[in-house]
Design a protein around this ligand. Structure first.
Ligand SMILES: Nc1ncnc2c1ncn2[C@@H]1O[C@H](COP(=O)(O)OP(=O)(O)OP(=O)(O)O)[C@@H](O)[C@H]1O
Ligand SMILES: [Mg+2]
Length: 292
């Protein structure tokens, strides 16, 4: 099927099908657990029957494939530059989860200048058609790329730990997002908490400050406890979900997956217009807000 035919089909289907849910996982500070939790939550969603795609949106240091002990020969950069089809790069993971390996060679959005619009169009068409839920793992920092991903997806899972530096960075990200796109759906997750009380207290404090100073409501996704199995699993290049299914970290992940609604079909939970916005980012005027 040509790109043009795909596009026509996509537009036709778009009228009847609600867009899929896209959640960007971000947090500001490095090493707070974004990648491990993106992997664990997308495995949880897939195991609950959601057609889930996990996208490595860390443009500089894509490393989800490393966590799965995979060596992705080709990635998103090959698709976007027209050197591969989406199907050539997708990797099947347990529970029917599909990995879209990140464009690790592309360090900045600027590098995406040589994107083939047809290739992008084709990729977006295919993803939107097949996925019910897409989770995008982002790199550390409040870079332009991270903010764009968050704004485009419409729903953001902000990850922090109870450490003051991580809280400050998460709040800085929340502030930037709230100013940029007040309508974003923001979820807060506290990782590596000593116990549930510490995690809940951290969530309550951040929510309170955001409500008072930014006038926004952040939803609580929940708490993941500090659990040594996570780093053991990382060292063995295995997601902790699969290596330690009965661990306390995994039981926290399952309850967060429920809080996020991954046990219910995603088309009952609104649509993000991610794909249309993404398309307009590269093919239309460089405005990404207010296009829905
Ligand atoms: N719940 C947890 N309990 C204990 N250790 C954890 C937990 N979550 C993450 N870690 C540790 O933190 C490390 C960093 O996790 P991860 O790579 O997922 O963070 P990240 O936010 O994606 O980092 P980056 O910003 O570099 O992308 C892991 O290798 C693991 O050792
Ligand atoms: Mg990471």
């Amino acid at each position: 099927m040509s790109q043009e035919q795909r596009l026509r089909e996509w537009v036709r289907e778009g009228k009847s099908k609600k867009g899929c849910r896209v959640i960007t996982v971000s947090g500001g500070k490095g090493g707070v657990g974004k990648t491990n939790l993106s992997v664990a939550l997308s495995l949880a969603a897939a195991s609950q029957g959601r057609r889930t795609f996990l996208m490595d949106g860390d443009l500089g240091l894509a490393n989800i494939d490393v966590l799965f002990n995979l060596d992705a020969e080709r990635d998103l950069s090959h698709v976007l530059s027209g050197r591969a089809e989406l199907d050539d790069i997708l990797i099947d993971l347990p529970f029917g989860l599909t990995l879209v390996p990140g464009a690790s060679g592309m360090t900045q959005m600027a590098d995406l200048a040589d994107i083939h619009p047809d290739a992008l169009e084709g990729m977006l068409c295919e993803l939107e058609k097949r996925a019910e839920l897409v989770l995008v793992d982002t790199g550390a920092g409040i870079t332009r790329e991270v903010v764009e991903f968050c704004v485009l997806s419409g729903e953001v899972l902000v990850v922090t730990t109870p450490e003051p530096t991580a809280i400050t960075d998460a709040y800085a990200l929340i502030k930037v997002l709230a100013e940029r796109e007040p309508g974003l759906d923001l979820w807060l997750l506290v990782n590596m908490a000593r116990d549930h009380a510490e995690g809940e207290a951290t969530i309550a404090r951040i929510r309170e400050v955001a409500e008072r100073f930014l006038g926004i409501t952040i939803k609580s996704a929940g708490v993941v406890l500090d659990d040594p199995v996570v780093s053991t699993a990382v060292r063995n290049r295995q997601p902790f979900t699969l290596a330690y299914p009965h661990s306390s970290a995994q039981s926290c992940v399952m309850s967060i997956a429920r809080n996020l609604g991954f046990d219910r079909p995603c088309d009952q939970q609104g649509s993000s217009n991610f794909f249309r916005r993404m398309r307009s980012l590269f093919t239309g005027p460089r405005t990404v807000t207010g296009t829905s």
